[in-house]
Design a protein around this ligand. Structure first.
Ligand code: C5P
Length: 409
């Protein structure tokens, strides 16, 4: 796919010692035929001059929220929507905090609050500031809202300290910008495993135990992960759904076969277990069980099935970086699901209320609570496809957010 000729970036330059690298970034963006307009914060202007930015970008520089000339030519709302991508570089601890809080007390934050354009931030700050729980909480909030990050890198910093917090190199920032402008898929290169549907547990060669799971939610998640560029293996119990396109599907019947197929699909980065796995299988009769006149009906002996989610969640070098389970509950949904997350050892639990009055089981919609180590987030009632897309957005944010050691997972 050829790159569009009219790509444009709004670059927000904040006040950090790394601001001079924004000049190099502008030069590199222009070399790639990308139009660059700049918003310079008050702090940023202490490190680079509007004249340098203007000379390199060939465009006027915006800095004043209340400027009459700026407003008459291009208001801050129009400015916030005038580009394909907003790049905050360097993104200081201060602007990340103000973005996270939703402040709008200067042109940069006003533009960032008013926009629906994707935002990429390149953090740069002292290592202690980066590692501070306040900064980490702000990063997590912004990532969950869809802000993408590049860097920071670990190394020696201007303040002579060593650690995470160095601005990513202009080349890396340029690559991250090009990937977004040219429609790269955010989970490209990631491997994902999804389980879906019910399991069938044979009683004898012609009969089985089953449940009413349709597989709809799991198939939607597999499709959404594939649309985001992940390499997806869907291990599905028996369903009537067609194979989703662009997904490697393995069809199984029993829980034991589902576990074996999941282990075959490792290693992977993401596992999402939506399957309604039977808790037991039957001590199977080798031949069809016969009715015998005058005999009492046969008793079924149930044997526990392996727990696939718990097995995938066990600490091991092959453990997926992110394991997501589902919890269908009929009462005390959040309380039970929170306990289940700990019991199973998974990272997130998607909990839903499957009491008959909710109409969720077998329906097209779902209303969920997402539980992670930080707590619980309630989502409104959504179509199962939208639930899948929203979950994949959270997964993307998880993989895009730089972690406290300065590395993305
Ligand atoms: O234990 P419970 O069935 O309530 O847990 C639900 C979660 O555990 C779901 O994510 C389901 O896919 C997973 N699970 C599993 N293997 C089992 C039982 C449940 O992967 N044997």
């Amino acid at each position: 796919m050829g790159a569009r000729a009219d790509r444009s970036v709004l670059l927000v330059v904040c006040g950090g010692i790394a601001a001079y690298k924004a000049l190099e970034l502008i030069r590199r963006l222009r070399e790639n035929g990308i139009r660059v307009r700049t918003v310079l914060t008050e702090g940023g202007a202490r490190f680079v001059t509007p004249l340098s930015l203007q000379a390199l970008s060939g465009e006027r520089v915006f800095s004043d929220l209340f400027s009459l000339t700026d407003e008459s030519e291009m208001g801050h709302i129009a400015l916030s929507r005038s580009s394909d991508l907003i790049v905050v570089c360097p993104a200081t601890a201060d602007i990340l905090a103000r973005m996270s809080a939703g402040l709008a007390d200067d042109l940069a934050t006003t533009v960032l609050l008013a926009t629906d354009t994707p935002v990429l931030a390149a953090p740069a700050m002292n290592a202690r500031m980066w590692q501070h729980p306040a900064t980490q909480a702000n990063i997590a909030t912004l990532a969950a809202r869809g802000v993408a990050f590049v860097g920071p890198e670990t190394g020696l910093m201007a303040c002579n300290e060593h650690g995470p917090g160095r601005l990513a190199e202009p080349d890396s920032i340029l690559a991250a910008i090009l990937a977004r402008l040219d429609g790269a898929q955010p989970l490209a290169g990631r491997r994902a495993l999804v389980t879906a549907g019910p399991t069938h547990e044979p009683i004898d060669p012609v009969r089985y135990l089953a449940n009413r799971s349709s597989g709809t939610q799991g198939y939607a998640i597999a499709r959404a992960l594939a649309a985001a560029g992940a390499d997806v293996t869907l291990v599905s119990g028996p369903t009537t759904l067609p194979d989703p396109q662009g997904v490697h599907i393995v069809r199984v019947e029993t829980a034991r076969a589902m576990l074996a197929a999941c282990m075959q699909a490792l290693p992977c980065d993401i596992a999402v277990c939506t399957a309604a796995v039977a808790d037991w299988h039957v001590d199977e009769a080798p031949q069809k069980i016969k009715k015998t006149a005058g005999q009492p009906p046969p008793a079924l002996r149930l044997v526990p099935n392996p727990d696939i989610l718990a097995t995938l969640s066990q600490p091991s070098p092959a453990r997926p970086r992110l394991v997501v389970g589902f919890a269908a509950e009929t009462e005390h949904v959040v309380e039970h699901a929170t306990a289940k997350r700990l019991r199973k050892g998974c990272d997130w639990i998607v909990a839903n209320d499957v009491s008959p009055e909710s109409g969720i089981m077998g329906g097209a919609e779902n209303e969920i609570d997402l539980i992670d180590a930080a707590g619980c987030t309630h989502w409104p009632r959504l179509d199962k496809t939208q639930v899948a897309q929203r979950l994949v957005a959270r997964i993307t944010a998880f993989f895009n957010a730089p972690h406290v050691d300065g590395h993305t997972p």
